[in-house]
Design a protein around this ligand. Structure first.
Ligand code: NDP
Length: 309
């Protein structure tokens, strides 16, 4: 039986550690603070941002939710970001994506002070990460590394295959794995004979955005499979493709009219030695690492050593 890597439990442990760190900082007069910027009213973004703000409250961080209207402009958003860069009570700035089409997303992300860039999206942090300097690493990739480390799964010397090369998941997770001495292959939509490459993976990371894309034949028996994908499915035909015979899922699907499937087909998990389920695998780590990054940023900005240092 493959081992299930319980992201919810790992995220809970990290959050507990962050809460303890926050208590210690508060005792020294420092309360790490996160500004969350949510533009307009995209339902999914609202859910994500509200749970980030709630987690700040749970762990003792200061947070401020800023909600510009959907018709905001690049100029107004740049003013907002510059103001947050200058505020001493704000250690981290989170701009929830996607932004409305009229806002220049790149200009805005580039305007965030790299030392407050808790999403790790600023080119300066991408560069620091590549150069192996202390940086604010993107949350989901950093969370994947925490899952592997805290599950005592070996990374050094392993062949890690990352499918997906986005700036927010694929590239940074590949870089983090490389720094941990994995031999890393990055695949994308132009990769030739993808199954032959993925079958070589001791650690297979799927960050593609296509439901059930990685099938059992693409996985080396015993591999560690990290499924980053979050894909909502709504039709019975799709449901049957992934979850036929799964009574528990069927009941939930019937009740809600939708369910989530990752980028890995559930049957492929059965070939793995260990895997992250969807939901309950990588997802919970993203918020936990955002909290950890905010505390890290608070320390960095004040020249304090990091907890692990
Ligand atoms: P992007 O759409 O930015 O990137 C997808 C990548 O997959 C691209 O590099 C693309 O290649 C590659 N790809 C697409 N089709 C194929 C194919 N047929 N064969 C090989 N590679 C392919 O997605 P993200 O990186 O932002 O997200 C990936 C998934 O992770 C999504 O499901 C997203 O919802 C999820 N996600 C989950 C998070 C979490 O908290 N758990 C956080 C962030 C994302 P190319 O570059 O050639 O186009």
């Amino acid at each position: 039986m493959p081992r299930i890597l319980d992201g919810t439990a790992i995220a809970a442990a990290i959050k507990q550690e962050v809460a303890e760190e926050v208590r210690q900082l508060v005792a020294h007069g420092i309360r790490p603070g996160l500004a969350a910027v949510l533009v307009g009213n995209v339902a999914a973004s609202e859910i994500y941002v509200r749970s980030k703000v709630q987690t700040c409250a749970d762990l003792g961080l200061f947070s401020e939710l800023i909600t510009p209207s959907a018709d905001t402009t690049t100029e107004a958003m740049l003013d907002l970001v510059h103001g947050l860069n200058d505020r001493d009570d704000i250690d981290g700035i989170l701009i929830q994506l996607p932004l409305p089409a009229q806002v220049d997303t790149k200009a805005l992300l580039d305007a965030v002070d790299p030392d407050k860039d808790v999403d790790g999206f600023h080119p300066v942090n991408a560069g620091r990460l590549q150069a192996g300097r202390p940086a604010l690493a993107p949350c989901t990739p950093a969370g994947i590394l925490e899952i592997l480390r805290r599950s005592n799964l070996p990374i050094a010397g392993q062949h890690a295959v990352v499918v997906g090369r986005s700036d927010i998941v694929g590239k940074p997770v590949a870089m983090l794995l490389l720094h941990e001495n994995a031999t890393v292959t990055i695949c994308h939509s132009k990769t030739r004979d993808l199954p032959a490459v993925t079958r070589e993976a001791d650690i297979l990371v799927a960050a593609i955005g296509r439901p059930g894309f990685i099938t059992a034949e693409m996985v080396k028996p015993g591999a560690t499979v990290i499924d980053v994908g979050i894909n909502r499915i709504t039709t019975q035909a799709e449901f049957d493709r992934y979850f036929a015979g799964n009574a528990k899922r069927e009941a939930a699907f019937a009740k809600r009219g939708s369910t989530i499937v990752g980028d890995v087909h559930p049957q492929a998990f059965e070939v793995a030695g260990a895997y992250t389920p969807v939901p309950g695998g990588v997802g919970p780590l993203t918020i936990a690492m955002l909290m950890a990054n905010t505390v890290r940023a608070a320390r960095m900005r004040r020249g304090l050593p990091q907890r692990s240092a």
